[in-house]
Design a protein around this ligand. Structure first.
Ligand code: CTP
Ligand code: CA
Length: 227
C-alpha cells in the first residue's frame, strides 16, 4: 500500500469531491431533493485514495458507507455543501463535483409543519441555489483544478461543452442519463471526459471501474496543466 501511495497518479495531492443529492427543506418534515445515489462520487473518492490522494468527500444524504481513509463531511443543503466545499479550499489541488445539487430551494423554511388548506392548487416559491463548482472554479486565489459533471438527456456533448465554458471548468464528465441502464441509480455508467481541446469516451462499465479510469484520466490532465 505504501508503494501504491508513492507511485499513485494522485500521490501527495489533496482532493475534494462532492457527492449525492442535496436536500432542501420546506418545513420540519418535508424537503425537495432528487434521485442521486452518490455511487459515482463515492467510487471516485475510493479511486482517488487508492491513487495516493488525501480525500475530503462532501456528501449529501445517501445510504452508502464512506470508503475507509476518506474524510467524509455530511451535509444536507446546497448552502451547507458550498460552505463545506470552501472550508480548506486553499489547500485543495483538485476539486471534483459529482453531486446532484438542487438547483432551487424553497424561498423560506416554515417553522412549523405546513397544514393542508382548502385550495386544490398549492404553489411553492423557490430561489436559486449557489453554484458550488462555478464558485470554486471562479476563485481568484488558490483555485484548484476543477472538474464538473454534466447529466444530460440530449445533445450531451454540446451541453457539457457549454457548461465547461460557462462555469470556467478545466474538465467536465458528460453523462447521458436518457439511457436507463446507466446514470443516476444504476450500478453502471458510461461517460465522455470533455476538455477544451479533447474528448475521451469511457464505455459502459461498473461505476467502480469507471471511477478508476476517470481518476487516471483526470490525473493525466491535471499533471499536464501543471507542467
Ligand atoms: N453544480 C454545482 N452547484 C449547483 C448546480 C450544479 O456545483 N448549484 C455542479 C454539479 O455538481 C455538476 C455541474 O455543476 O458538477 C453540472 O450540474 P448540472 O445540474 O448538470 O448543471 P446546471 O448548471 O445546474 O444546469 P442544468 O441543471 O440546467 O442542466
Ligand atoms: Ca442542475
Amino acid at each position: 500500500a505504501a508503494e501504491q501511495f508513492e507511485h499513485g497518479a494522485l500521490s501527495g495531492l489533496r482532493v475534494f469531491i462532492t457527492a449525492g443529492p442535496t436536500r432542501e427543506p420546506l418545513d420540519p418534515v418535508r424537503y425537495i431533493s432528487n434521485h442521486s445515489s452518490g455511487k459515482m462520487g463515492y467510487a471516485l473518492a475510493e479511486a482517488a485514495v487508492d491513487a495516493g490522494a488525501s480525500v475530503k468527500l462532501i456528501s449529501g444524504p445517501v445510504t452508502l458507507t464512506p470508503p475507509s481513509r476518506v474524510d467524509c463531511v455530511q451535509v444536507e443543503t446546497a448552502e451547507e455543501m458550498l460552505a463545506a466545499s470552501l472550508d480548506g479550499i486553499a489547500g485543495c489541488d483538485l476539486f471534483i463535483a459529482a453531486a446532484a445539487v438542487a438547483d432551487y430551494r424553497p424561498i423560506s423554511v416554515a417553522e412549523h409543519k405546513i397544514k393542508k388548506g382548502n385550495e386544490e392548487i398549492m404553489e411553492l416559491r423557490l430561489t436559486k441555489n449557489p453554484d458550488i463548482v462555478a464558485t470554486v472554479a471562479g476563485l481568484s486565489e488558490q483555485r484548484p483544478y476543477t472538474v464538473g459533471f454534466a447529466a444530460e438527456t440530449r445533445d450531451v456533448i454540446g451541453y457539457a461543452r457549454s457548461k465547461l465554458a460557462r462555469k470556467g471548468l478545466d474538465l467536465i464528465v458528460a453523462n447521458d442519463v436518457s439511457n436507463p441502464d446507466i446514470g443516476f441509480n444504476s450500478d453502471d455508467n458510461a461517460v465522455t471526459l470533455v476538455s477544451a481541446d479533447d474528448e475521451v469516451a469511457l464505455p459502459q462499465a461498473s461505476k467502480r471501474q469507471l471511477a478508476r479510469q476517470l481518476i487516471e484520466q483526470i490525473a493525466q490532465h491535471y499533471h499536464q496543466s501543471t507542467k
